[in-house]
Design a protein around this ligand. Structure first.
Ligand SMILES: Cc1cc2nc3c(=O)[nH]c(=O)nc-3n(C[C@H](O)[C@H](O)[C@H](O)COP(=O)(O)OP(=O)(O)OC[C@H]3O[C@@H](n4cnc5c(N)ncnc54)[C@H](O)[C@@H]3O)c2cc1C
Length: 267
């Protein structure tokens, strides 16, 4: 929402029950695939006076009366994916479109809606892992064509500087890959994984941008030009370090969980 990003507890969109329907009012910005999707998931408060516990998720059909696309953003990367501003003006949806319980439990806070991230963060981490793997493979070929071979049996610092850098990038990538697999495996097996999901997202988001940008650098003019996809991947990867919670927010969550601090104690 305008004025609210990382602090998802501060959203202002409202959902008011009216008979068999909820009536939604508010504005949502930077909605991925907001134009071409058939449905969007909207977070809204059912009672502002009850704080975060009153924030619920709703499934809203894109053709619901009162839901309009105000504009599309022009942006750095992921240009094949539209990014929309959505307006909800007395938008009516069936009351059953609420996700989870309609009950507001102030003791539980908004842990329920936040659990969505336990599934989506490993997914975004996996996108960063895939994007950076592609960049590494492309770079390996470019280096090989230039006569630079990577030898895993020789210490990195005894090799060509580009080969040593490649090995360092690959080690970072491996860590991101393993963290993502662990977080996804835990989600699949219904194990609590909030900590691991944030770890995977923080590491893979950072690794994705590091690896893809370094690949542009090491490939020289080939990397910067549009002859290969390296320049595109370096632009596309940045968003994976931002949406579903930025790298800094993931680090904050990891720190809170490891130190046993609440969100009020560690901001
Ligand atoms: C292309 C694109 C698509 C998106 N798609 C969606 C979508 O489909 N659905 C959706 O809900 N959102 C979407 N988003 C929004 C995205 O999740 C937010 O942009 C992101 O969470 C950051 O919020 P913000 O932009 O308001 O930045 P802010 O919260 O203002 O943060 C700005 C900077 O401050 C840092 N920061 C903030 N708080 C702290 C803190 N406590 N400690 C340390 N650093 C901090 C952040 O890490 C960031 O670097 C999208 C964004 C983009 C750019």
């Amino acid at each position: 929402e305008p004025g609210t990003g990382s602090d998802s507890g501060a959203i202002r969109t409202t959902a008011v029950k009216d008979g068999d329907e909820y009536v939604l009012n508010g504005e949502k910005i930077f909605v991925t695939a907001g134009e071409r999707s058939t449905h969007v998931v909207v977070w809204a408060t059912v009672d502002k006076s009850l704080g975060r516990a009153a924030i619920k998720s709703f499934v809203v059909p894109r053709d619901a009366p009162g839901l309009t696309v105000a504009r599309l953003e022009h942006k750095l990367g992921i240009k094949a994916s539209d990014t929309a501003v959505l307006l909800l003006e007395n938008c009516r949806i069936p009351k059953d479109n609420i996700l989870g319980s309609a009950e507001v439990d102030v003791k539980k806070g908004f842990g329920g809606v936040m659990q969505t991230f336990d599934n989506t963060r490993p997914l975004v981490a996996a996108m960063a892992v895939g994007c950076s793997r592609a960049a590494l493979e492309e770079l390996r070929q470019i280096l090989s064509d230039a006569g630079v071979e990577i030898d895993y049996d020789v210490p990195a610092n005894s090799q060509h500087a580009a080969a040593a850098e490649f090995i360092r990038l690959e080690a970072d990538w491996e860590a991101a890959y393993l963290l993502s697999l662990r977080a996804a495996w835990m989600a699949d097996n219904k194990k609590p994984n909030s900590l691991e999901a944030s770890m995977s997202k923080a590491k893979a988001g950072r690794t994705g941008t590091d690896v893809t940008l370094k690949a542009v650098e090491l490939a020289g003019t080939i990397g910067y030009s549009q002859h290969t996809l390296l320049e595109k991947w370096s632009r596309d990867s940045k968003i994976l370090d931002i949406f579903e919670g930025t790298q800094q927010i993931q680090q904050l969550i990891v720190a809170r969980r490891l130190l046993g601090k609440s969100s009020a104690e560690l901001k």
